[in-house]
Every structure is written in structure tokens, then in C-alpha cells.
Design a protein around this ligand. Sequence first.
Ligand code: ZN
Ligand code: ZN
Length: 347
Amino acid sequence: MAKPEGTSEAKSANRTEKKKGPRHDHGSRDSHSHSHSHKDSEGQRNHSHSHASGGHSHAPIVEDTSSLRLWLGIIINVLFAGAELAAGFWTDSLALLADAGHNFSDVMGLVLALIAVHLGKQAASERFTYGKGRASIQISLLNSVVLLAAAGAIAVEALQRLQEPADVPGMTIVYIAALGVLVNGISTALYWQDRKEDLNMRGAFLHMAADALVSLSVVVGGLAMQWTGAYWIDPALSILVAGVIVWSTVQLLWNALKLSLDAVPESIDPGEVRNYLQGLEGVMDVHDLHIWAMSTRKSALSVHLVVDSLERSPALLKEIKARVKSEFGIAHPTVQIEQNDEDCPQC
Ligand SMILES: [Zn+2]
Ligand SMILES: [Zn+2]
């Protein structure tokens, strides 16, 4: 019977700890869950202000402007990709068609990122207890797979065209690609401040930067075709486009795969977390340590701690909650306190 006792002790300790925090009187379930998550993100003081809505996020200002920038990116890219597609058909340039297809897939990626930001803002419900933030990880996966398929299609078409290069007007390609340098340059600037924020935004930033370089090389290639009449440059450029898509996608895919397998997020060193927990006063053993991503922005931790005395529970829980947030950026720790190894026979 040792285990249930230990567990309920830890739970009641947790309840005691919560009561020490500022008191709120909330009528509805909704506003209660809001104040709780707010407390997670900002610590336990400064709670005299009131909250207008239930949709809390850990960095509301950043998320709001990042979705605004995503919208801007979508509009600019749709306009440009449309122009590029028309010019591609008109000139029969595979380089332009490939880049137009690629820009349309960029738009789809931005739309998916926007959906991820939106879903990440939705509060947890009784059924979706984590909220829907994890959709951002699945969206990264889906986006990567679609991009790799598009790259494959472009490469196949380019290899066929290399055998019989089509006669394409170099200067038209130069003008359109120069516009592409401008559009992608603006988009890159839009995502500059988000590049370290989040997996999807980082993906968007890297992508736009690579695209600006691709457009620049198409400008150079178009000039070369105009001067030399070497039309094989056109399919060769589209292979470059395909290569850039693969390059920018592989790392995104790899990170998304790791997160989807509940790997510890890159920004957190699990050894450091374990050392920190083991070093706490009164902690005899640390086991069942799990750290995982709840979304591309939020992380959670669960752990069992064997302590020398259950009296320590309230102080330990308070200390751990504050430190894992401030030091490791883990917003949702869950700690099971145990008196001795018999509390937890399966561990
Ligand atoms: Zn792109
Ligand atoms: Zn245990």
C-alpha cells in the first residue's frame, strides 16, 4: 500500500503549494484554467490584473505579429508565384515554372504555419488536455513531405529537358527572377526576428533566404542564356531549385520527426535537467524523467523523485516549478514524490 500513499502525499503537497499562491475566485471552469496557465508562464506574483479572454499563450505579442507576418508573406508570395507561373508558360522556361511551383508550395507552407500558430493559441479542453499545439509538429512533417515530392517532380522534368533544351527568352526570365529577388528579400526580412523562435518560423526564414539566392542565380543564368544561347542553363537552374528545396526541407523534416517521437527538444539538455534534479537537497534518486515537446514552442517534463522525507514536498515542488521554467524553459512540470523505491516497483 506504500505507492498510493506516496502518490496522494505528493498530490496533497502540490495542493498545499498552490494554496500559497495568490487566491482567485473564478466562477467558470474556463477562467480558472486560464489563470492557471498564466501562473505557469509568469510565476506566482503580479496577479491583480484581470484577463480579458481565455486564449492564453506564452508569448502573445510575438505570436500575434508572427501571424500578421505570415499573412503578409502569403499575399506577397501568391502574387509573385502567379506572375511567375504566367511568365513560365509564356516563355516555356522550366526554371520559371519550377520556381513558380516552388513558390506555390511555399504559400502552402505558410498557410500550414498559420494554422499551426492558430491551433497553438487554442486553450486546452477536457478532451484535448494538451491543447492542439502539437499540430505544429505534424504540420512540419506534412509540409516537409510535400516539399520533397515537389522537388522530385521538378528534377524529373529537368532531366528530360536537359536532353532537348527549349529555346527560352533570357531577358524575360531575368526580369521575373529579379522580381523574385525583391519578393524573397522582403519575405526574408519579415521572418528575421522569428528565426530562432520556433521550428516552423525558422523553417520559413531559412526558406525565404534560400529562395532569394535561387532567384539571384536565375537572374545570372538568364543573362548567360541571353548572351551565349546556352539553353541547357534553364533546366540546370530548375535542378538547382529542386536542390534548394531538398536542402531547406531535410533539416525541418529531421527536427519534426524527432519531436514527433517525443525526443527532448534541441534547446534543452536532458543531462543538465537530471543533474539539477539530482542535486536538490533531500533528493535521493531521480527516475522516469521524461521531457517532451507539447508544440514547437512549449515543453513539458515529468519525473519521479525519491526523497528522504515527504515533508520536503511543498518546498521541492515550488523550487522545481520555478527553476525548470526559468532555466530550461519547461512550462509544464509534473513531479511524483516518493519516499523510497518500494513506492514505485515498476521503475
Ligand atoms: Zn521557397
Ligand atoms: Zn517512481
